[in-house]
Design a protein. Structure first.
Length: 233
């Protein structure tokens, strides 16, 4: 092993979460504060819980007053705190604590998840509106849009279920929300809340309605019965 490799290995490595690099600005950290954080982590990973600000200034090539100012800002902006810890020998000492920073990052992750869910819901709503307008061949009225929103927000019908009801209505050449509403109510009474459940119910009832009807004496064949009765009580 050559001299450089020995020094490289001996210097060790500093652990850093990529999530912090991606979102440090969003939690209120500046680029300079991130550099300070990296230097602090460098020492803390080596076992120094409260690194000397003067040494950090030397490594960064900054004036020490600038380092002190940035450390003060990080504390005042609740990106870190100074706490007292007990080492393995039972001695108490001060240490930098970044739990507040971690909490901010976790809250940001939750917010991102909520935004993604909200965006997905918005996209699904638009898809439902567009699908109905396309099949009806006309724009939806404000009252119709309100009715569809009630299906989603109050009745909590899944978008896939609404689109399946639309398909059933189109197959019956009934281009109205009232007809779709009757279909959805029929499925709700049967506790069918997903497209998969509706399909299974259709398959369960299919043999009953596809069996060849027998002719009645002196009468016509038995008429077909719809798979889903829209007049069920």
């Amino acid at each position: 092993m050559d001299e450089f490799t020995q020094r490289y290995v001996a210097a060790g490595q500093t652990s850093l979460a990529n999530y912090l690099l991606d979102h440090f600005r969003e939690v209120g950290m500046t680029t300079d504060q991130l550099l300070i954080y990296l230097q602090l982590r460098r020492y803390m990973d080596r076992g120094t819980s409260l690194p000397d600000a003067d040494e950090i200034a030397v490594h960064l090539g900054w004036d020490k007053q600038r380092v002190y100012q940035l450390l003060h800002e990080m504390i005042s902006h609740k990106l870190m705190t100074i706490t007292t810890v007990t080492d393995s020998q039972g001695q108490k000492q001060d240490a930098y604590d970044f739990r507040l920073l971690t909490e901010r990052l976790s809250q940001l992750a939750v917010q991102e998840t909520h935004q993604e869910v909200k965006q997905t819901a918005t996209n699904e709503r638009s898809t439902v509106f567009n699908a109905i307008e396309t099949e009806f061949g006309r724009p939806l009225s404000p009252l119709e849009m309100e009715s569809i929103s009630q299906w989603l927000d109050q009745d909590h019908y899944k978008p896939e279920l609404i689109q399946l009801a639309l398909k059933e209505a189109v197959l019956s050449q009934a281009y109205s929300l009232k007809y779709m509403d009757r279909i959805l109510l029929s499925w709700e009474k049967k506790h069918l809340t997903t497209a998969v459940q509706v399909q299974k119910e259709r398959e369960r009832q299919e043999p009953r309605h596809t069996a060849k009807p027998t002719a009645q004496p002196g009468g016509s064949d038995i008429p077909d019965v719809p798979i889903f009765k829209l007049t069920d009580d």
